[in-house]
Design a protein around this ligand. Sequence first.
Ligand code: CO
Length: 167
Amino acid sequence: MKNFLMAAALICTVMSCGGGSESSTTSTTDTASSSSTEEATTDAKQVFLTLNGNDQMQYDLNELRVKEGQQVNLTLKHSGQMPVEVMGHNFVLLKPGTDIAALATAALEYKDNDYIPESDAIIVHTKMIGGGEQTSIRFDAPAKGTYDYICTFPGHYALMKGKLIVG
Ligand code: CO
């Protein structure tokens, strides 16, 4: 039984399940018809999001939701302890249709640039951070749609990926 549980936990880690249940961010309520003040903030010009990365090469959220036209204030935190050289994390937002594997492969050549390749497929990105660090960016939400985000540290995009949904 114990072995089974350990195996299950390992699989869970590999599959990154439970890593980020949907709509756990603030301001995700889809309410076009609200009159309460609390829900009115849904239509705010700004939205604040926090995405966390850890030493297990995972984001805590696989889905982020914003609204078209909102100014997005994204803070990326690294809750782990490993240095940026071995467990670096960033947030790289990609245009729809981007070949993620190809972009991540191209990023390998850009170690001196935080693993950010020269590519017009990148909408916005944070800097690369290590354990205990955090960094923030601000950008205007792009047009309605679904956008992939990844960490471009070598090998990380397989697990460190999610969707930014602009509604
Ligand atoms: Co990473």
